[in-house]
Write a protein that binds this ligand. Structure first.
Ligand code: ADP
Ligand code: MG
Ligand code: MG
Length: 877
């Protein structure tokens, strides 16, 4: 049998091989085949990465052999030789997973250099500055990425040299300086590692490929995967590619391009480049890049070729492309293309434009917008009147739209800590790097001194929907002292500033933020999504205000109205407390009488907002102690108000104490103990429905939902109270009113006996928050503390409270669906846990045939889009 193939030349791959070659590798192969000038190379597959982990983090000898064999082929293609003293081949070693993870994993450039080959390069090119610049970069990257000698040490050495020479820019160091720098770097390396810097190119190559595999599981990659639902089992591919050089002087350069504006979606090529630079220089914000229009002046021919290729690539991939290019002594190369990350605004405009340009069908366009991104459209802007008094203290680039106001912190770590303390944070950095990811997530906004629209900070912030102002050279940051200075004023850690990622403006102090307006593209696009999807989207709302908000965002009803939230308001909590301390049914009924009109009014308000849309109303769920104080002081005060003694009230509080309230006296168990509570709530729902129906003529069918059921008999017990009460009211009023009684499936026993439960329940709503905690056996209030260890150790990849655990909890849900339908064919099925707004969970709900998902108002658009995407991927209509 022939050996398994683990290494492919670019000319052997194609676009369909993303899973095996990664996104970057597949596209490099594809670009090669359509004739784009791509430096050639080969890809080590994701299977090789997975095998590396299976084999205890070693690359199997057969794979090493295949790598060396492909290197020999690449030598033939390039006419150069790896490690040779005549015409040395230099390569880059680049990571590239199936899904793009910008900057999350590591790249090594100029590999193949050593003390001998660098001299050959210097002589051959007649450009020793270039040769030594490449060499010092290689040492720096290899040491950092492969040998874990942090790159900041090398940067410090370089900064010292620049200071000694009295220059500011890297490009101002000459060949001799760089030669000297290489010596210093190597000495530092030897000192740090206790061995010489490796000079054998083959050894360098295998070590680098190993490092890329290893980087798949570095902490920032793990965090990124968790945020973006990328499974760890995919692994990364490694691309080895002949180097082209943007650092050969003033006719060379490197840049980043977007085929449309990634911030606004405008149909205009957007690109930036730096002359005499390499690799990440343009995104690292070391110097501020030039707009591509400048290239037209410098080299019109290359400019034209550049524009042609960008258009070719966009037409080929039928989507906005994000590309990397390098010009080596006037010759243009493309190094990467991928579907570009973009803001939500841009994503909508591009999707709608591409349909109108005839490039995509509506179904295809629907798949082009990340559902989670829509969130960002619903994010705040600054209040216009507040803005009039606000003074702009500095201006940077509008890198990621939105408005943010918060306290200044200068490190990712401190931002994270402040955020955990509940502070709003604006992270201020010279520039960000992937290590800052968690601090960036914790921030309301990000402000950087250096870098352009394609800098790390800008790209990552846009992806997260976090407001970002980049390249704000006006401010002078002192990272040591934790201050920045602008216009003669010094701002300290903890001071408030406000930043506007749509204009680039920075303001001192606090500015109020307000909700955004939604553009026409949003309307068009979402109308397509609604047309396509079959899964309905409802909302979790407890007040008329939330209901109105959700209806505005397209909610088709309420999937969960939590009635207890209505009782926490000041004028009501007293009544419910009176009910709790009541000694007998009569005084309990007296207290409940006070609650009835308030509760009825709540439902009237909600029904009026909903018009004809349905609402599922859940009866009282939390344990009663939640309504009582627990501190003696407060118990004393309340006792006075209730007209009972402190001892009496204290005794009640004590008697309600539970060791495990999550599994205590709550849900339908309350109604079993105190049927009069369910009775009052039924009255309120039915009377409200009758009121709105007769006054407004809306067609209302109340859906009453009994929580925390685990046994059909307890459901039947409570249901009987509901129907007795409701039927009496309806008969008394002499009116037609249909209503439904159903239950939440949130206890594993209910899922296991769903066929029984369905005999009484007219609908199921999956309460996946409780179902998750009871299935896993950990509390969602405590799990955060230890789940992080599970992520670190790769036991769980995501938070099961955010993303439905389809394997375990999902199995229970699927089973309930099947059992429920066996008993009651037309049983109505929905989900009302947090998962109802999580795209991958929405897809799951679509696939198992639920009728609707329900989520918080702000996530309604997200769920509508996720439902449409699920339909496109797996049509149900
Ligand atoms: P990332 O995924 O973080 O963008 P890349 O592997 O794309 O990492 O590479 C980092 C930088 O190095 C990019 O700017 C890329 O264009 C540049 N680069 C990679 N390979 C080469 C090469 N063979 N020649 C010149 N530049 C390269
Ligand atoms: Mg790249
Ligand atoms: Mg529950």
């Amino acid at each position: 049998m022939e050996n398994k193939k683990y290494v492919y030349l670019f000319s052997e791959g194609d676009a369909s091989m993303k899973n095996l070659l990664g996104g970057k590798g597949a596209n490099l192969a594809d670009m090669t085949s359509i004739g784009i000038p791509v430096p050639q190379g080969f890809t080590v597959t994701t299977e090789a990465c997975n095998k590396y982990y299976d084999d205890n983090r070693t690359i199997a000898p057969e794979i090493v052999e295949q790598i060396h064999a492909k290197m020999a082929e690449l030598e033939n293609i390039s006419g150069k030789k790896f490690g040779s003293l005549e015409n040395p081949l230099l390569v880059s070693v680049r990571s590239g997973a199936r899904a793009s993870m910008p900057g999350m994993m590591d790249t090594i450039l100029n590999l193949g250099l050593n003390d001998n080959t660098v001299e050959v390069m210097a002589n051959k090119t007649g450009n020793p500055r270039f040769a030594y610049d490449s060499y010092r970069r290689f040492i720096q990257m290899f040491a950092d990425v492969v040998m874990e000698v942090e790159k900041k040490h090398f940067e410090e050495i370089m900064d010292e040299m620049k200071e000694a020479k009295g220059v500011k820019l890297d490009t101002e160091l000459d060949a001799n300086d760089l030669k000297e720098l290489v010596k210093k770097f190597k000495a530092f390396y030897k000192n740090a590692k206790g061995e010489e810097f490796p000079s054998d190119p083959k050894e360098q190559l295998i070590a680098s490929i190993t490092a890329v595999f290893r980087s798949w599981n570095n902490p920032r990659a793990i965090v990124y995967r968790r945020m973006n639902d990328i499974p760890g089992s995919w692994g990364t591919a490694v691309n080895v590619q002949e180097m082209v050089f943007g650092n050969k002087g003033e006719t060379s350069g490197t840049g980043v391009a977007f085929s449309r504006n990634p911030s606004t979606g405008e149909k205009k090529i957007f690109a930036e480049y730096l002359m005499n630079a390499q690799g990440e220089d343009v995104v690292a914000g070391i110097r501020t890049p030039q707009p591509i229009e400048q290239l037209e002046k410098e080299n019109a021919e290359v400019y034209k070729q550049f524009m042609d290729i960008v258009n070719t690539l966009e037409n080929h991939y039928r989507d906005m492309q994000d590309m990397e290019f390098t010009i080596e002594e006037g010759k243009l190369y493309f190094l990467q293309t991928r579907n570009g990350k973009r803001t939500a605004q841009a994503a909508l405009k591009i999707a709608v434009d591409l349909v109108e340009e005839g490039m995509l069908t509506k179904e295809e366009a629907i798949l082009k917008v990340e559902p989670k991104q829509l969130d960002t459209l619903l994010h705040p802007n600054f209040d216009a009147t507040d803005m009039k008094n606000a003074a702009v203290i500095a201006k940077g680039l509008p890198a990621s739209p939105g408005a943010a106001c918060g306290k200044v912190y200068f490190t990712a770590e401190e931002s994270k800590v402040a955020h955990e303390k509940g502070e709003k944070v604006v992270l201020v950095r010279l520039e960000t790097s992937p290590e800052d990811i968690e601090g960036m997530i914790a921030s309301e906004g990000i402000l950087t001194v250096r870098g352009g629209m394609t800098s790390h900070a800008a790209v990552v912030a846009r992806g997260m929907g976090t407001c970002c102002v980049a390249g704000c050279g006006d401010i002078k940051v002192n990272e040591e002292a934790k201050t920045f200075e602008v216009g003669g004023v010094v701002y300290h850690e903890g001071d408030y500033i406000s930043i506007d990622g749509s204009t680039g403006n920075v303001y001192a102090g606090q500015i109020k933020t307000v909700e955004p307006e939604i553009s026409g593209y949003f309307g068009t696009f979402m109308a397509w999504a609604d047309e396509i999807r079959s899964l309905k989207v409802r909302t979790n709302a407890d007040t008329p205000r939330d209901t109105a908000q959700a209806v505005k965002y397209g909610a088709e009803g309420i999937g969960l109205c939590r009635t207890e939230h209505m009782f926490f308001e000041a004028d009501r909590i007293m009544a419910i407390r009176q009910m709790i301390v009541a000694k007998d049914e009569t005084s309990r009924r007296t207290a409940l009488e006070k609650l009835l009109p308030m509760q009825r009014q709540d439902f009237i308000g909600i029904y009026e907002e909903l018009v004809d849309r349905p609402a599922t109303i859940r009866f009282l769920d939390p344990p009663l102690h939640e309504f009582l104080p627990h501190v003696d002081e407060e118990i004393k005060e309340l006792a006075v108000e209730l007209g009972i003694t402190f001892e009496e009230l204290k005794a009640t509080v004590d008697s309600l104490h539970e060791f495990n309230p999550m599994m205590g006296h709550r849900g339908c168990r309350l109604a079993v103990s105190y049927p009069e509570i369910a009775e009052m709530q039924t009255r309120a729902v039915i009377e409200a429905a009758i009121d709105v129906k007769t006054r407004k003529g809306y067609d209302i069918v109340p859906e009453i939902m009994i929580p925390l059921v685990g046994e059909v008999k307890e459901l039947k017990y409570v249901k009987d109270i509901v129907t007795r009460t409701a039927d009496a009211i309806i008969a008394e009023r002499g009116i037609e009113l249909k209503y439904m009684v159903g239950t939440m499936i949130e206890i594993p026993r209910a899922a296991l006996t769903a066929d029984e439960i369905a005999k009484e329940a007219e609908f199921f709503s999956f309460g996946t928050n409780d179902l998750t905690q009871m299935t896993f056996g950990f509390s969602r209030d405590d799990a955060g503390n230890f789940l992080k260890h599970y992520y670190d150790k790769g036991i769980y990849e995501s938070d099961p409270f955010q993303r439905l655990d389809q394997t375990g909890v999902g199995k229970l849900v699927e089973m309930s669906v099947k059992l429920g339908k066996q008993t009651r064919e037309d049983i109505k099925l929905g989900i009302c846990g947090e998962h109802g707004g999580d795209p991958s969970s929405v897809e799951f709900c679509h696939n198992i045939g639920l009728n609707y998902v329900s989520c918080s108002p702000f996530r309604v658009p997200v769920a509508r889009l996720a439902a449409a995407q699920a339909e496109v991927k797996n049509p149900r209509k």
